[in-house]
Design a protein around this ligand. Structure first.
Ligand SMILES: *Cc1c(COP(=O)(O)O)cnc(C)c1O
Length: 360
């Protein structure tokens, strides 16, 4: 069986050796030594000024919306995981959908201004599959219309743009450390914010507003990462470069074998980006071909995934305007199996099946 992704599990004894430090300390949550150590390691590795480790990658989005005091309308992308939209609605704001760029699959910056109204307070966009949004254009629009910018960087661990972490763009960026993501802590995530004051505020929000044991700074929620999660993260982190190098090889193999193929579309990577090679999306000519490829692969116990499906403007609680490209792509896309030690033989097998269907 080959699945779309395979969670990297470090040797169990290495996890246990780290975990035993939590046991020895008798301290398994509330920001113990392991969470702090993980934060320090990630800060250095990613090259970000501030980081807050969290229990998943969704609460950071909600906390960012809360901390920035957003109300009214938030301009967002329909082509992302459901958490991007649900966080907006959960925080009592209205998502206003802008279609995606056909090549980059990120929000189409040239359509954003037409969606701005006097109720718009922010842009929440996703660096889809780790491919950066046009952060410069979005920054310009945000400054012109006095909007905040949040980036859902769930896919972006280790991604750099113009030589710096993609998390260094926007007012707040988030990441997910879910088991299906490149770097993971089982469940987990992080908040990034270059502004030290705002980062403080985000920090208080993620821990009930606690400012020490008996003082509070405003309202908060519980989004803390536990020591158990941090221990897994520290054990996985040792292998991060192996994981990225392995995936790069797999990515390049798919790319070289599929780039000449007619009637499919591959993701165009934004110039000056160093990807983390988390996903390999393929857009087929239509839904019928897409589902045919999926079924054919599944018969052979190979499981690609329709990611992202459905287009988020179609969620019943979103009341979004139509976004034709995202709606079409969501029915035509498959993410091919992708993990660091996927063998070239398996890849070749997957590619042959795809070519078979395309040539029918
Ligand atoms: C995975 C993901 C999330 C949610 O992260 P969790 O850690 O599962 O809460 C948010 N946005 C995108 C784009 C994702 O892929």
């Amino acid at each position: 069986m080959i699945t779309v992704t395979k969670t990297f599990l470090p040797p169990q004894e290495e996890y246990q050796a780290i975990l035993s430090r939590a046991w020895d300390a008798g301290w398994i949550t509330n920001r113990g030594v392991l969470v702090k150590e993980l934060e320090e390691k990630l800060k250095t590795y990613l090259g970000v000024p501030n980081i807050i480790a969290t229990t998943n990658g969704t609460l950071p989005l909600q906390i960012a919306i809360k901390a920035l005091g957003l109300t009214g309308e938030i301009i967002t992308t329909p082509f992302s995981y459901v958490a991007t939209t649900s966080s907006i609605v959960w925080e009592n704001c209205k998502p206003v959908f802008v279609d995606i760029h056909p090549d980059y699959f990120t929000i189409d910056e040239s359509l954003i201004e037409a969606a701005v109204t006097d109720r718009t307070t922010a842009i929440l966009a996703t660096h889809v599959f780790g491919n950066p949004c046009n952060v410069e254009a979005i920054e310009k629009i945000a400054v012109k219309h006095n909007l905040k910018v949040i980036y859902d960087g769930a896919h972006c661990f280790g991604v750099t743009y113009k030589g710096t972490s993609i998390f260094n763009f926007g007012d707040v960026s988030t990441c997910s450390f879910h088991a299906t993501k490149l770097f993971h802590t089982g469940e987990g995530g992080a908040i990034f914010c270059g502004d030290a004051n705002l980062s403080q505020k985000l920090y208080f929000h993620h821990n009930f507003g606690h400012d020490g044991p008996d003082k509070f700074k405003g309202i908060g929620i519980n989004a803390k990462m536990s020591e158990l999660q941090a221990a897994l993260g520290l054990a996985v982190f040792v292998y991060i470069n192996t994981l990225i190098t392995g995936r790069k090889k797999v990515f390049q193999y798919y790319y070289e074998r599929l780039v000449e193929e007619k009637n499919i579309r591959l993701l165009k990577i934004r110039p000056e980006t160093e990807l983390n090679y988390s996903y390999f999306p393929v857009i087929f000519e239509n839904e019928e071909v897409c589902l045919k490829v999926k079924q054919r692969l599944e018969k052979l116990y190979i499981y690609p995934r329709r990611y992202f499906y459905p287009s988020l403007n179609l969620m019943d609680y979103a009341e979004g305007d139509s976004c034709l490209i995202a709606e079409n792509y969501s029915t035509q896309i498959l993410c091919l199996p992708m993990y660091h030690d996927l063998s070239a033989e398996s890849q070749e097998f997957i590619i042959l099946i795809i070519q078979q269907v395309l040539n029918e």
